[in-house]
Design a protein around this ligand. Sequence first.
Ligand SMILES: Cc1cc2nc3c(=O)[nH]c(=O)nc-3n(C[C@H](O)[C@H](O)[C@H](O)COP(=O)(O)OP(=O)(O)OC[C@H]3O[C@@H](n4cnc5c(N)ncnc54)[C@H](O)[C@@H]3O)c2cc1C
Length: 467
Amino acid sequence: MTDLRVATITGEGATLDGAAVDGFRDSLRGPLLSSSDAGYDETRKVWNGMIDRRPALIARCAGLADVVAAVRFARSRELLVSVRGGGHNAPGVAVCEGGLMIDLAGMRGVRVDPAQRTARAEGGATWADFDRETQAFGLATTGGAISNTGIGGLTLGGGLGWLAGKYGLVCDNLLSVDLVTADGTVLVASATENADLFWGLRGGGGNFGVVTSFEYRLHPVGPVLAGPVLYPFAKARDALTLYRDFAGSIPDEVNTLGELLTAPDGNPVAAIAVCYNGSHEAGEKVIRPLRALVPPLADEIAPTPYCKIQTLFDEAFVRGRRYYFKSNFTRRISDEMIDTLVEHFRVAPSPMSMVYFQQLGKAANRVGATATAFSHRDALCEWGCDAVWLDPAEDAANIRWAREVAEAMRPFTTGSDYVNHIGLEAEEGTDRIKAAFGANYDRLVTLKNRYDPTNLFRHNQNIKPTA
Ligand SMILES: Cc1cc2nc3c(=O)[nH]c(=O)nc-3n(C[C@H](O)[C@H](O)[C@H](O)COP(=O)(O)OP(=O)(O)OC[C@H]3O[C@@H](n4cnc5c(N)ncnc54)[C@H](O)[C@@H]3O)c2cc1C
């Protein structure tokens, strides 16, 4: 191949000679793509249609050895690197401009050990991949609420999900990982091996290396009592107040989401969605208050296969649309927050947009703030504002709306964003990134100094080394 201009971590850029690129290609089992290759454009695209970056090279890794080769190649030439797991991150940090994208989309295998109640999944698997395999044995672990989200990014940032009331966050169910560090070394991290690193991988994001496989603890999960109840928008304040009271008083078996959104018939509505993971008879009693507020427009809470509830919101988040998200953790939901969300939702420029509260979950709250790198254990929930639209000409109006909602909500929140919803430092600023890691930031810097002193893995919610 001809010489190739690439972005580097020095910021100066470099030229790779064609022979070096050919040698790198030959060292891989999976394909290495550049802009002239078939499939390049499709591969560089991620879930958010707003993201339009062009890596100089994309290594479509077929296994751990390819990841090792890609990391070593990048490290030796100081290439700018990004890592793609499920490619679902809204700010699109999986794709870098001009550098090397290490693409794990071809690594999606999942193996369940039903006797031990564990599962091991490759770093590019999605929750749909994972849930399908584990549910074949009637097992599951806490996973993200959209089925095509990657297990990779979501787990490393903490991982909120329907089962967190009983089993904690996704990262609380992580048992071990296989990781390729910045110098191309392969390590196992678990409670007993490289325990400091294991601590950092449970909430510290993609800062410490490429995880080629994740091992999780599983739990018996049968059909759940789950689904949404919809209320007229005229009762939005009452519905969100009910949500607050309900979320504050539920048993471990339940987790919740409260939302304002536009129904398929074009009318704005308030919704409370629940997932009760336990006896349906007991669950019916617990959810009764949700049915008592005015006659609901629709009551879709019913016994549901777990894999189905994991796709409940998929249709609202179609791949390729334009997305801009803002969110923050909050310890309580005040009347002012409810008013602010209702008023701002009324003027959303796009009917596809929504605002929501996603509950952390009771078991997730019981873990200590420094027990894992995910520090926001005292949050009741994350509030979020998802701007969703189709036309690039409407980018500015939708982004402005999301920022305005976030500014209006900020005084009522902890001021800490969820790591998995914030983007690159240039967009977010250093302080917001530090706040997202909360009290654990300094310990994470110590780990970064040890495992990635040249900051190869910076194209994420970047923790800067000081070494
Ligand atoms: C519509 C929507 C719904 C969501 N719902 C939830 C939810 O219910 N719960 C929740 O907790 N979060 C949720 N999220 C946030 C989600 O956790 C993040 O978007 C997460 O980054 C997605 O992971 P991914 O692997 O698909 O990301 P990617 O875009 O592939 O990667 C994002 C970053 O994660 C890191 N990364 C990914 N895989 C690996 C790996 N194997 N090794 C090392 N680093 C890796 C890299 O730094 C990468 O840059 C949601 C996001 C969206 C857009």
